[in-house]
Design a protein around this ligand. Structure first.
Ligand code: ARG
Length: 385
């Protein structure tokens, strides 16, 4: 039941009689009453009568007592309508009886990827991850309810050079000890301990470097240790999701590592399209119009000068995959605002490459940072990562 329409349908015949022809009663929400109707004002000149007179004439000819507790002329000639409590009661009961609560399904359902939560392996979830989790889950549930096909993409940080030091630290501790360390929800101390060794110990650094090479080269023993780290962290994240009562499950983990095989083809396609420029040995795309503080064009680095791919390349591969393979037409990224620039650039480059073109669109659903009492950002790292 649509109250505005219901009231407009009642008023329309009375207006037609007074005006001698059809009139849109223009009923809308009001701050003074529940609804107001302004149509009398627009008729005044044509009918040569004052708006208040017209409004009174309309009210004389209309019966809304069964719906409204009051209907009166107000100000220069508005009709103010206050809906009776019993009407609202009936409305609420009617809605409650409708399992869809009066919300229609979308006439045009689409595949929507909601990229949210996305914590990082072997690291505690910070408040930004928690916010992304609850905001993203609300969006996913709403879109589900509207009848869209929703793909929950938990873009886990499960790949990259830091895994060299994490795996070496795991080996130093021994697998059993490391597993215990990781399962108690004290992931940060594991990460920090690895970091301390990495910063202080040249030999450890070298081991970590070789380990990254082994990981990227698909060395089976290294991959097994990596999976151990990921599995422990996933168990911890799932416990948090359970506490938050969100709909994310183990099936929704679609971490950065999933895109590893797509990085090369993504890079090749950008190259073939002539979008890539070399800058200091790195393969970059400069989206037109994106400049830094000094007005210089800003590059999105697709491949670093050491040949490695980073966070931006993974997101490009993910856009390409989501639009191309998954057939999604809407991509939502529920990520803190410190990453606004990153997504601007990724979307711009994906647009240039033709992966994001109508009807496919991407939106960064950003949110602000929660600061510590001293004003610092609670999220670790400058990019909020
Ligand atoms: N893991 C990232 C971080 O902690 C967030 C990833 C967000 N999603 C994405 N597709 N980039 O900052």
């Amino acid at each position: 039941m649509d109250l505005e329409k219901l009231l407009a349908d009642r008023l329309a015949p009375a207006f037609a009689t007074v005006a001698g022809g059809p009139v849109d009663p223009a009923v809308r929400r009001s701050q003074r009453a529940d609804f107001q109707c302004d149509a009398a004002l627009a008729l005044a000149r044509r009918l040569g009568r004052s708006p208040r007179e017209i409004a009174a004439a309309v009210l004389d000819r209309v019966a809304v007592d069964d719906l409204c507790s009051s209907a009166e002329v107000s100000g220069p000639g508005f009709i103010n309508l206050t809906v009776a409590d019993k009407t609202l009661g009936a409305l609420v009961s009617a809605l409650a009886a409708d399992p869809r609560l009066g919300v229609p399904r979308s006439a045009d359902p689409e595949t929507v990827v909601v990229d949210y939560s996305a914590p990082n392996v072997a690291k505690e979830m910070h408040v930004g991850h928690l916010r992304s989790t609850v905001i993203g889950d609300a969006a996913a549930r709403l879109l589900d309810w509207l009848g869209h096909r929703v793909v929950r993409a938990n873009h886990l940080g499960d790949w990259g050079t830091s895994f060299g030091m994490l795996i070496e630290h795991l080996l130093d501790l021994g697998e059993a000890e490391a597993a215990a360390n990781l399962s108690v929800g004290d992931l940060d101390s594991f990460y920090k301990a690895a970091r301390v060794k990495f910063d202080a110990d040249e030999a450890f650094r070298e081991r970590a470097r070789l380990r990254v090479v082994a990981l990227q080269g698909g060395d089976e023993r290294t991959l097994r240790l990596w999976r151990l780290l990921v599995a422990q962290s996933e168990r911890y994240f799932l416990a948090v999701y359970d506490l938050l009562d969100v709909t994310l499950t183990g099936r929704d983990f679609q971490g950065e590592s999933r895109y590893n095989d797509l990085l090369g083809p993504t890079m090749d396609e950008l190259d073939q399209l002539g979008l890539v420029r070399r800058s200091d040995g790195a393969a970059c795309v400069f989206p037109p119009g994106v400049t830094g503080r000094d007005g210089e064009p800003l590059p999105l680095i697709v491949r670093k000068s050491d040949g490695g791919y980073g966070y931006p390349a993974t997101d490009l591969a993910a856009v390409r995959h989501r639009a191309g393979e998954l057939g999604a037409t809407r991509l939502l990224y529920v990520v803190g605002l410190p990453q606004r620039r990153h997504f601007e650039m990724v979307f711009a480059v994906a647009g240039l490459a033709g992966w994001l073109r109508p009807p496919v669109r991407a939106e960064h659903v950003g949110f602000g940072s929660i600061l510590s009492p001293t004003g610092g950002c609670c999220a670790a790292g400058a990019a909020g990562r």
